[in-house]
Write a protein that binds this ligand. Structure first.
Ligand SMILES: Nc1ncnc2c1ncn2[C@@H]1O[C@H](COP(=O)(O)OP(=O)(O)OP(=O)(O)O)[C@@H](O)[C@H]1O
Ligand SMILES: [Mg+2]
Length: 261
């Protein structure tokens, strides 16, 4: 896909992105020439085998990591040219991120973690924001756990705190790395409904990594990564269609591996 620098329909985009970890023999080519845009107001799922580069792509798109080559934009701002400080401010104001590892601050309780984006920005939530946070806490079933610190919470509860934190400021752009990975199916559905509502009702742009075809079937669009490349870009798919696609590409991988080894 050709990515231009004036495409206002895209909330984030990357062009000819590569990311190599390490050098020489031990080098890992995590991304090998990825060009893709996250459309404004859309809920995009990112799928692909373990190690295919999903987290690396999201970290670079969110300005949390720098590419080896290529460029990345948030809105129409080229983030590859920004200083660390400029990047931090842009991210704080416009991007929410749910990490695979949650990244909660161990010394803060749940509500302290949820309010962290406001503290870092040196402000208090407005009445409207406070109401939104109360709604998130309620929907995510965290009301009775707000005074607990991360080590006093279950994995699923920590994951829900991370989701509340990412959505608290209603950022334009939300990156969620396996946000339902540790949740039972009911909490998982609630999180997916929250993310879908964020895009459909509030026009936020959501990119979500998932291994779960049912979770991905909630998205408007499904991107598949394989070996550091985008191998498919599909409009909304049913869970069955996604499963068959995954199975077919795994079989294809196995065949290619059998032929080349
Ligand atoms: N800091 C790092 N140093 C070296 N290699 C890394 C580093 N981070 C990731 N990699 C490698 O880059 C490749 C892509 O990793 P990435 O975390 O993006 O995969 P992923 O698609 O998110 O996988 P998973 O589904 O398991 O989370 C992998 O081969 C991984 O081992
Ligand atoms: Mg990952």
């Amino acid at each position: 896909m050709e990515i231009t620098s004036t495409d206002l329909g895209l909330a984030a985009r990357v062009q000819q992105l590569t990311k190599t970890y390490g050098t020489g023999e031990g080098a890992v080519h995590a991304l090998e020439g990825v060009s893709v845009g996250i459309r404004r107001g859309e809920f995009t799922a990112i799928m692909g085998p373990s190690g295919s580069g999903k987290s690396t792509l999201m970290h670079i798109m969110a300005g949390l990591d720098a590419p080896t080559s290529g460029r990345a934009w948030i809105g129409d701002t080229d983030i590859t040219g920004l200083s660390d400080l400029e990047l931090t401010i842009l991210r704080r104001r416009r991007v929410g991120f749910v990490f695979q590892s949650f990244n909660l601050v161990p010394t803060l309780d749940a509500i302290g973690n949820i309010l962290l984006p406001f503290d870092l920005d040196g402000r208090r939530p407005s009445t409207l924001e406070r109401a939104r946070i109360d709604g998130l806490v309620e929907t995510l079933g965290l009301t009775s756990r707000l005074r607990h610190r991360p080590h006093e919470l279950s994995g699923g509860q920590q994951q829900r705190v991370a989701i509340a934190r990412a959505l608290a400021t209603a950022p334009d752009l939300v990156f969620a790395d396996e946000p339902t990975g540790n949740l039972d199916s009911r909490s998982g559905r609630e999180v997916l409904a929250l993310l879908a509502a964020a895009s459909r009702e509030h026009g936020q742009s959501i990119a979500m990594v998932t291994h779960d075809p049912i979770a991905a079937s909630h998205a408007d669009r499904v991107l598949f990564l394989g070996d550091g490349r985008i191998v498919a870009d599909k409009p909304r798919q049913s869970a069955d269609e996604i499963s068959s696609w995954m199975l077919a590409s795994e079989l294809h991988d196995t065949k290619t591996a059998a032929v080349t080894s």
